[in-house]
Design a protein around this ligand. Structure first.
Ligand SMILES: *[C@@H]1O[C@H](CO)[C@@H](O)[C@H](O)[C@H]1NC(C)=O
Ligand SMILES: *[C@@H]1O[C@H](CO)[C@@H](O)[C@H](O)[C@H]1NC(C)=O
Ligand SMILES: *[C@@H]1O[C@H](CO)[C@@H](O)[C@H](O)[C@H]1NC(C)=O
Ligand SMILES: *[C@@H]1O[C@H](CO)[C@@H](O)[C@H](O)[C@H]1NC(C)=O
Ligand SMILES: *[C@@H]1O[C@H](CO)[C@@H](O)[C@H](O)[C@H]1NC(C)=O
Ligand SMILES: *[C@@H]1O[C@H](CO)[C@@H](O)[C@H](O)[C@H]1NC(C)=O
Length: 508
């Protein structure tokens, strides 16, 4: 406990020391996380300013001792899992509990301070609690990234962690059936939110699952199909011309690769090392594609110029020369915006990073997340389909190779794991109730989510013109109308669930 401001500044400084990552996409993701935290901090501080000088308490942070393996009590080891609790808005004793679920990156106190769920926590008098995902952020043992430890990392274990956190909070606050739990999550945690409701309906009354790819898929070709559609979507500043120019530029890159014009490519795209190694050429093409994929997935949030509109402005500007030359301009702007002296295309370095068992307590857990893709979800964003505007070198087999080389998981095993995940959770047709699936139509991940109403209480909404998890950010006056309406729709259902729960507290 304590005052927020100094801790916030401390956090801000810690955000500047970002985890290393070899691929542009991961770097962008780190940037977005950082950007969102800074926005949350600004929003929290400006909201507080209105209330000053009234003193207030920062959320409390704690750790919960959890079994490493919930499903084997002969395994006696445990780890410390980090959580945050904000009691500020809670109407004691019967107010609801809003659970914010963590995922593939470190959580912070902002998970119980800022965001649409916190606007609703204030409105509905909720106790806000958040749990960091096992093996990410600080919720990991020092040897947690070793191969023999990673077997305790799975969505099933994560859901069991949530059940045990439910028990912990219930005991800590003497909660009863009168305290209605609603869970929230975005991206992978969006899937966890839906699955927590699906598998533990006696613990959580309802769920809001934002941008949740609940359908596991080995070869996620749909990702780049949506990226292509978003690059041609006028709602976000795209056009057919832009999409076409991107496809031509990448095809020119592929041509040069086939013709062995490596020196030219190294120079044009400021490669840190030479492209002698075939894997490094694949890395170059995926790094270039990442600039577009990142701009689409995090439209306007990743880096200066990282929006569909600004990339398309460059890609359709004939004054810059051929589409290939415009791609060079896009890459130059990207390197400048990220303050990179050159583009890191070393596949060997990527492998070393994925293999490294060094812990990084901030940002995305790259090694852990790659492990979860190999053992549960797949989600490989390939480009072998004719509708994909990027390089044909982005293949499924090159991504599966990493599973084998880094974790010793053979391609057939990855495929089996993906099939099992869908069988276990119900893919895009889970038989649950009281879940809202919220997606943005620009976001490539929506292709693996639930897009149609499944039943009277398992509802889907697709927001026109927004990207990944946009609805979870704090409301802003400048938000587009479809986003404002979506938040109102979510708020309406949350209020409706709470009324229903009061009428029939034991309903599940
Ligand atoms: C919970 O109940 C116990 C026993 O009735 C009591 O001692 C404790 O203060 C209560 N805790 C809270 C947070 O209300
Ligand atoms: C729940 O609330 C109702 C109405 O306020 C009250 O009568 C009941 O005792 C509460 N139940 C529990 C378990 O606290
Ligand atoms: C490419 O780089 C590697 C490692 O830095 C070096 O060993 C090799 O000689 C270089 N190849 C060429 C053709 O420059
Ligand atoms: C891991 O940590 C060791 C010791 O601090 C360091 O030498 C090594 O470079 C690190 N490895 C990676 C991939 O960061
Ligand atoms: C889903 O259900 C909601 C509420 O019942 C309704 O307003 C909406 O039109 C439905 N959506 C679709 C795509 O059928
Ligand atoms: C999204 O909104 C735009 C107007 O901003 C409209 O032209 C377009 O048809 C809408 N798209 C869908 C899929 O409803």
């Amino acid at each position: 406990m304590g005052h927020l401001v100094p801790r916030v500044l401390g956090l801000f400084l810690s955000l500047l020391i970002l985890a290393e990552a070899a691929r542009n996409f991961q770097l962008l993701q780190q940037r977005v996380l950082q950007w969102r935290e800074v926005q949350a901090m600004k929003e929290t501080l400006s909201r507080r300013q209105l209330l000053l000088p009234a003193p207030w308490r920062a959320p409390s942070e704690g750790v919960l001792r959890q079994p490493l393996d919930h499903f084997n009590r002969q395994e006696g080891r445990a780890f410390n899992q980090r959580f945050w609790i904000n009691e500020e808005y809670w109407h004691r004793p019967a107010g609801p509990v809003f659970l914010y679920i963590g995922g593939e990156s470190a959580l912070s106190q902002f998970s119980v301070l800022s965001g649409h769920h916190m606007e609703m926590a204030e409105k509905y008098g909720a106790l806000a609690v958040a749990l960091e995902h096992r093996f990410y952020g600080a919720s990991i043992n020092p040897d947690g990234l070793r191969d023999d430890s990673l077997r305790f990392l799975s969505s099933q274990q994560a859901l069991a962690d949530l059940a045990s956190f439910h028990l912990f909070v219930t005991q800590k606050y003497n909660l009863t059936q009168n305290n209605t739990w609603i869970c929230f999550g975005g991206s992978y945690p969006g899937s966890l939110a839906a699955w927590f409701r699906l598998k533990f309906p006696h613990l959580v009354f309802a769920a809001v699952a934002s941008s949740a790819p609940v359908q596991a898929q080995l070869d996620f070709t749909g990702y780049n199909q949506v990226v292509a559609a978003s690059l041609s979507d006028p709602v976000v500043g795209g056009s057919a011309q832009c999409r076409e120019a991107v496809a031509q530029a990448f095809s020119a890159v592929d041509q040069r690769l086939r013709a062995g014009q490596l020196a030219e490519l190294e120079k044009d795209f400021h490669s840190c090392g030479n492209l002698t190694e075939p894997h490094d050429r694949e890395q170059l093409t995926s790094n270039l594609a990442d600039i577009f994929m990142g701009a689409v997935q995090y439209n306007n949030e990743g880096f200066q110029g990282g929006s569909v509109a600004s990339l398309c402005t460059i890609m359709i500007n004939g004054d810059l020369g051929s589409p290939y030359q415009r791609l060079i301009a896009v890459n130059n702007d990207f390197l400048e915006a990220m303050a990179f002296p050159c583009m890191e295309n070393s596949h060997q370095r990527l492998m070393a990073e994925l293999r490294s068992t060094n812990l990084s307590l901030t940002g995305v857990g790259e090694r852990q997340w790659y492990f979860q893709t190999c053992t549960e979800f797949g989600y490989y964003q390939t480009c072998e389909d004719s509708t994909c505007p990027f390089s044909r070198l982005m293949t499924l087999s090159s991504q599966l190779d990493l599973c084998t080389q880094v974790f010793g998981v053979a391609p057939e095993r990855v495929a089996e794991a993906v099939t099992f995940t869908n069988e276990y959770y119900g893919a895009d047709h889970p038989k649950a109730s009281r879940i809202l699936f919220v997606n943005g139509d620009i976001d490539p991940w929506h292709a693996l989510s639930v897009l149609t109403n499944q039943s009277r209480s398992e509802l889907a909404i697709l927001i026109n013109g927004t990207s990944h998890c946009a609805n979870m950010n704090p409301s802003k006056k400048s938000d587009p109308r479809p986003l404002i309406l979506a938040r109102e729709w979510i708020d309406y259902h949350v209020g409706d669930w709470l009324r229903l729960a009061r009428k029939a507290p034991s309903a599940s």
